[in-house]
Design a protein around this ligand. Structure first.
Ligand SMILES: Nc1ncnc2c1ncn2[C@@H]1O[C@H](COP(=O)(O)OP(=O)(O)OP(=O)(O)O)[C@@H](O)[C@H]1O
Ligand SMILES: [Mg+2]
Length: 299
């Protein structure tokens, strides 16, 4: 794409602190435009915190971040964001199309009265994720995978250049996980956008990711799977001895005899309509994905 900077995200010596603790400590890495990056790391490693910093929702304690060559700004319209906590969607009677439109329309409750430009954009994103058949159905009748399709459509409103998808695979079975990853990959290639996709499992992403960003112990390692998913790199990031095993094209990250990259999978998600507060109590407060554009209600 003409005019797109080579680097989508530049993180230089960034320190992020929360509750007096450094979540990232002098971390540096550069994501190139058009890359699909799998963001991994144990619970609490800072995956969500990093995304919030890219959205300008968290002040940096040190260093600098540029997105699309520009310093971070809150409400950056070139970033689409799917927050990790997406509770309460399952019980909603709202039609799929209206649900997508709400994200373009300032999160108003009730049926949105969208203008022609918004309607055209909603059609465009529904096309992109192949969700026109879902658009007329109420959210409450859709499967988790189908709702995920609509959430992705919301993130694509306004043509963002960067997508931050925080654990889109949570609560999906393996077949639907693959479906979501393939969908994101297809859309990402079609639009030549940059994707940060956080997950607790590497395997569903293996065929799609360009590189992996692994966070742990305040550090960040960005590289190919072969460069990063190794015993020395992960042992350093986890701060304890880690084994990496490859079996039939799948990769298992083990600590002792426990597979750790998919530990603690079921600790949240509101598909049952209940909000499970994260153990560290983020104040996300969203209940659906949306464009970054000036719509954040949390700080
Ligand atoms: N508002 C806050 N105040 C203090 N500490 C916080 C706050 N939000 C997050 N933290 C802490 O920051 C650390 C990083 O949290 P973050 O949610 O970014 O991790 P994560 O990698 O996304 O984890 P998960 O895999 O569980 O989603 C955690 O130790 C968490 O307890
Ligand atoms: Mg998180």
């Amino acid at each position: 794409m003409s005019g797109a900077p080579d680097n989508a995200i530049e993180v230089e010596h960034v320190t992020l602190e929360l509750g007096g603790r450094a979540i990232l400590n002098h971390a540096s890495f550069t994501v190139r435009t058009g890359e699909f990056i799998g963001v991994l790391g144990p619970n609490g490693a800072g995956k969500t915190t990093l995304m919030r910093a890219l959205l300008g929702l968290l002040p940096l304690s040190g260093g600098s971040i540029r997105v699309g060559g520009e310093a971070v700004v809150r409400g950056n319209p070139s970033i689409g964001y799917m927050p990790q906590i997406r509770s309460g969607l399952a019980g909603r009677r709202v039609r799929g199309r209206d649900f997508v439109t709400m994200a373009a329309d300032g999160h108003r409750w009730g049926v949105p009265h969208a203008g022609a430009a918004i309607r055209a954009d909603v059609d465009r994103v529904l096309d992109l994720v192949d969700a026109h058949a879902l658009a007329a159905r109420p959210l409450s009748e859709l499967s988790g995978g189908e709702r995920q399709r609509l959430l992705l459509a919301q993130c694509l409103l306004g043509n963002p250049k960067v997508l931050l998808l925080d654990e889109p695979l949570i609560s999906l079975d393996p077949r639907h996980q693959t479906g979501v990853v393939d969908l994101v990959r297809r859309v990402q290639r079609e639009l030549n956008i940059t994707v940060l996709f956080s997950a607790h499992e590497l395997n569903p992403l293996l065929n799609s990711l360009d590189r992996v960003l692994y966070l742990g112990n305040g550090r960040a390692a960005l590289g190919t799977v072969d460069e990063v998913i190794t015993k020395p790199v992960l042992s350093q990031l986890y701060g304890s001895p880690i084994d990496v095993m490859r079996v039939n094209g799948r990769i298992f990250v083990m600590s002792g005899d426990v597979e750790i990259d998919k530990l603690d999978h079921a600790h949240e998600e509101g598909d049952d309509g209940h909000e499970h507060e994260h153990d560290h109590g983020h104040e996300h407060g969203h209940d659906h994905a949306h464009k970054a554009k000036g719509k954040h209600t949390h700080v």
